[in-house]
Design a protein around this ligand. Structure first.
Ligand code: FES
Ligand code: FES
Length: 159
């Protein structure tokens, strides 16, 4: 089996798998990173979202060969229970989620947004999250949580 090298959450890894294997399967089955979820498998729901070189991508539709040498960030690389990312803390504070299945993808997409646009409008947040489906209907709280995180991060940057 050929080996593919990439960086995941800051760690260099080599994966022995068919180059056509979806990145989502590599993360979950080869690397034990089960934060990104399998929903539709058809690039329609966004719960498998990860950052590839800083850009949100649906990992169910990305072949391993397409991410060779690239930097991947999954939800496991965003923060920890002891030191949550401001987005994670804001989602907790707003209780933004019910089952939580969509949240890894939503948090990753929101991180990409705030990296490029630290103070987005509500419309810009909604547009950025357009590809992320929440079947529980937590959209209002999710929008509030992203706004809260942005405000907090901007406040910290201004100190
Ligand atoms: S599982 Fe990848 S978009 Fe739905
Ligand atoms: S919280 Fe259940 S799918 Fe979003």
């Amino acid at each position: 089996m050929p080996t593919t090298s990439l960086t995941v959450n800051g760690r260099a890894v080599s994966v022995g798998a068919d180059p056509d294997t979806p990145l989502l399967d590599v993360l979950r089955n080869h690397l034990g990173l089960v934060g990104a979820k399998f929903g539709c498998g058809l690039e329609q729901c966004g719960c498998c979202m990860v950052l590839v070189d800083g850009k949100p991508e649906k990992s169910c539709g990305k072949a391993l060969s397409a991410v060779a040498g690239k930097n991947i960030l999954t939800i496991e690389g965003l923060g920890t229970p002891r030191a949550p990312h401001p987005l994670q803390q804001a989602f907790l504070d707003e209780q933004a989620g019910q089952c939580g299945y969509c949240l890894p993808g939503i948090l990753i997409t929101a991180k990409a947004l705030l990296d490029h646009n630290p103070a987005p409008s509500r419309a810009e947040i909604a547009r950025a999250l357009d590809d992320n489906i929440c079947r529980c209907g937590s959209h209002a709280r999710i929008l509030r949580a992203v706004e809260r995180a942005a405000a907090q991060m901007c406040g910290e940057a201004g100190r």
